[in-house]
Design a protein around this ligand. Structure first.
Ligand SMILES: Cc1ncc(COP(=O)(O)O)c(C=O)c1O
Length: 403
């Protein structure tokens, strides 16, 4: 057996299951979950139709690089979305079967786990795939705590000087899961300077990029930042996905774009890995990337839910509208409960699930940056989101009354 499998941490939902074990939730209330970050809005009809109409493609093996039509369509989307002058569909874009497998596989491609002391730097809190990818690539994950005073940007400036030369790969998540924070151009300038000095590769996970709250303020992307700062894409790739943008988490469709030399190596890795995308999924993906009307509609649904729920919750918790994404990252300190106590008691009394923030982070420099926070995904219907928020308000007010 690969001994590194034993280094993998239980997934946050396994920890939640253990936390809830033995708790009898309030049977008078229907269950509501703000726990899992899975999009729940309906899949647009035209995407389902495009998939069904392309089933003839199942008769052929797909190529690992994907069809030219899909790569061209993604390159065009990148140019429009990020104001990039020209993205080469042949060398700078690679379709992947969802960003999760690609974020994992990318570390297996770029990390030299044989080099002594190999490190992969992750944000903290973070999406757990980064940590598992680092461990199975033979590296040790290290963490940059998010800094609440700087809009939750990872505090790269607090990473010790002797750590940087061993860092081979840095994961960035912007918009962040769970914080929703979007890296600024200044954050990118600093990170690019560090990459130039130390030679590490940057993997920018941008799968929440299309869910934001002001139509005039689309989140800045990594490739866009590089372009605006007058750089090429050297040592930089970004990951995007249709799962959240187009409400198709089951389709398994995303892409990686950026540094052509890195993508060439990644394509080689993927030829063996076997990550080619189903031809029918490729056709449905072309239809989805070429349409923005459904994406605007989807955004509007989130905007309405956040506009209703955030002020309700702000009466009882420290919480604010994030830059982007579909999570609220609330500080529960005011209640006097820890994040796990809050989640367990809320589940027992209100039959409502939220995710303790400490499950999404690792203690680093004596701090777990998720402690005393909970993540709430507003993916359910507006009615359920409203009812869930009402229950949280009632729960917190009840705590105050009971002293
Ligand atoms: C931060 C982050 N990255 C990547 C993913 C993976 O998304 P997908 O594989 O559906 O593209 C998720 C899914 O929840 C996520 O939260």
């Amino acid at each position: 057996m690969n001994p590194r499998l034993d280094l993998l941490q239980p997934y946050p939902f396994e920890k939640l299951k253990a936390l809830f074990a033995g708790i009898e939730p309030n049977g008078a209330l229907r269950p509501i979950s703000f726990g899992i970050g899975e999009p729940k809005h309906p899949t647009p009809r035209f995407i389902r139709d495009a998939l069904a109409e392309s089933l003839g493609g199942l008769a052929n093996y797909p190529t690992t690089a994907g069809s030219e039509a899909l790569r061209q369509c993604i390159a065009g989307w990148l140019e429009r979305r990020y104001g990039l002058p020209r993205v080469d569909p042949a060398s700078q874009v690679l379709p992947v079967t969802g960003s999760r497998e690609a974020l994992f596989a990318f570390a297996q491609t770029v990390v030299d786990g044989i080099r002594p002391g190999a490190l992969v730097l992750c944000p903290n809190p973070f999406y757990q795939i980064y940590e598992g990818a680092a461990l199975l690539a033979g590296a040790t994950p290290v963490f940059a705590n998010s800094d609440p005073s700087r809009n939750f940007a990872p505090a790269f400036d607090r990473i010790a000087d002797d750590v940087w030369p061993r860092v081979q790969l840095v994961y960035v998540c912007s918009p962040g899961n769970p914080t929703g924070a979007v890296l600024s151009l200044e954050d990118w300038r600093q990170l690019f300077a560090l990459s130039d000095r130390h030679g590490f590769v940057i993997a920018s996970d941008e799968c929440y990029s299309e869910i934001y709250f002001d139509e005039g303020k689309a989140p800045l992307g990594a490739l866009e930042a590089a372009h605006r700062l007058g750089r090429g894409f050297e040592r930089l790739v970004m990951f995007s996905s249709l799962s959240k943008r187009s409400n198709v988490p089951g389709l398994r469709s995303g892409f990686v774009a950026g540094d052509a030399a890195l993508l060439g190596r990644f394509l080689l890795y993927r030829t063996y890995h076997g990550g080619a995308m189903n031809p029918a999924v490729q056709s449905a993906s072309v239809a989805a990337w070429n349409d923005e009307a459904h994406v605007r509609e989807n955004r509007a649904a989130y905007v309405a839910k956040f506009a209703e729920v955030t002020p309700m919750l702000a009466e009882v918790l420290d919480v604010a509208l994030p830059d982007a994404g579909f999570y609220l990252w609330a500080d529960v300190s005011r209640t006097g409960l820890s994040d796990t106590e809050f989640a367990a008691r809320l589940y027992a009394e209100q039959h409502l699930t939220v995710l303790p923030g400490s499950y999404l982070a690792r203690e680093t420099d004596g701090i777990n940056p998720g402690a005393n926070r909970v993540r709430m995904a507003l993916v359910a219907t507006p009615e359920e989101c409203r009812e869930g928020a009402e229950r949280i308000v009632a729960f917190c007010r009840g705590l105050t009354r009971r002293g």
